[in-house]
Design a protein around this ligand. Structure first.
Ligand code: NIG
Ligand code: FE
Length: 389
């Protein structure tokens, strides 16, 4: 018996993500899981469970890896509830509201921004998210992008520099100059706090040439590439991401056959964000088409005050199943192992020996219930680094 060990016993259905053909979730029935030093040390049949210092009785419930939310914009001030209401009354989403949030974010104190990130991070944890990526992108000047990332880095190692979210109003007439600022002083100030670089490559935001230039600067500064692409219409973003070896291209709502082919032949994950289609009342991406082509798919919340103000991965799983033709197993895999792949992480998104002991005990006997019982708080308990939260 190891000091400080913890046994999660009487697991009715253990989702390991150590899958084989036909069982991507690697489900084990009547299982137990041993945690030592914040890591999974052993999994196996409950009847063979080793002794441990402490024990949690799962009572026949399902246990899943904690959700990996690989796309969230948590550093902002204010909200855009009125913009949401206007959309529900028929207005279209264009991304133009980003500038409203930029104004509020620049005016906010560090403590206000930190409190918002902390509140949303806590909301996520209660809903089973144990790993989150956090982007900047509402500062859009050197000081406010750097402080956004500095605050984000207090909450996660997966921080993303999104200085190229939109061209801020003061550069509206000279986008080339803004790209120069992003690649120069802004990147220099941001890079110490960032693991990733991201660009919103879309009509009305940044075109392929600007996106390529910015991402190349980020790569040269040691940052990994991810991209907002093909959200509002088809365009070059997805193929650019594949060409640059992006870990993930995100949204993927409007794809051509060439986009799907490019993804299928690559290591780039397609991250789908159904909260955005829900909240902008837009057509959902065709997950089935991507999966059938062999593309690795992740699900994430895109939590932000404009296009998707949800922090709930269970909600995204339910939408993916109901609206995007994913099976419940595919959606749970995408929300856990898929998110880990999108962040190029091998320590999370699975429950096998050596993984971080990040797990969810459901108030349900099976992962199926996440989509089957939408809107119901099914997260009974969350363990983060082996510690009950
Ligand atoms: O992922 N598409 C660009 N960025 C966000 C929206 C940000 C906003 O509307 O404030 C997104 O949907
Ligand atoms: Fe986003």
């Amino acid at each position: 018996m190891t000091r400080g060990s913890l046994l999660v016993d009487h697991i009715g259905e253990l989702v390991t993500n150590d899958g084989r053909d036909g069982d991507p979730l690697g489900v084990r029935r009547d299982a137990a899981l041993l945690i030592e030093d914040g890591e999974v040390a052993w999994t196996g049949p409950a009847r063979h469970a080793p002794a441990a210092d402490r024990r949690i009785d799962a009572g026949g419930a399902a246990v899943l890896p904690g959700f990996v939310d690989s796309h969230a914009h948590l550093v902002f001030a204010g909200d855009r509830a009125a913009e949401f209401a206007a959309r529900m009354a028929g207005e279209r989403y264009t991304g133009g509201g980003i500038r409203t949030t930029v104004g509020a974010t620049r005016a906010a104190s560090d403590d206000d921004l930190r409190a918002t990130v902390g509140r949303l991070r806590a909301e996520m944890l209660r809903q089973g998210t144990t790993t989150v990526e956090i982007k900047s992108g509402y500062g859009l000047n050197v000081a406010d992008e750097a402080r956004s990332l500095r605050i984000a880095a207090e909450f996660t190692g997966d921080t993303t520099f999104l200085g190229a979210h939109v061209v801020p109003a003061e550069y509206a007439d000279r986008p080339d100059d803004y790209v120069g600022l992003v690649c120069g002083p802004m990147l220099a100030a941001a890079a110490p706090y960032a693991r990733w670089i991201d660009v919103f490559c879309e009509r009305g935001a940044f075109d392929a040439d600007h996106a390529r230039a910015i991402l190349a600067c980020g790569q040269a500064a040691g940052l990994g590439v991810r991209l907002h692409a093909n959200q509002l219409g088809s365009g070059p973003g997805v193929r650019l991401g594949v060409e640059l070896g992006a870990a993930s291209v995100d949204h993927c709502t409007h794809l051509t056959d060439a986009d799907v082919d490019a993804l299928a032949g690559s290591e780039t994950v397609a991250t789908l964000l159904p909260g955005a289609e829900f909240s902008t009342r837009s057509p959902y991406p065709d997950a089935r088409r991507l999966l059938d082509a062999g593309v690795t798919v992740a699900l994430a919340t895109d939590c932000n005050p404009g296009s998707s103000y949800t922090s709930s991965m269970p909600f995204c799983v339910a939408l993916a199943v109901r609206e995007m033709r994913m099976t419940p197993a595919e959606a749970v895999w995408a929300a856990t192992a898929g998110g880990a792949a999108a962040l190029r992480r091998t320590d999370v998104g699975r429950l096998t020996p050596g993984a971080r002991a990040d797990l969810i005990i459901l108030d349900a006997p099976s992962h199926l219930h996440l989509a089957y019982r939408p809107g119901v708080p099914l997260i009974r308990q969350v363990l983060h680094n082996g510690v009950p939260r």
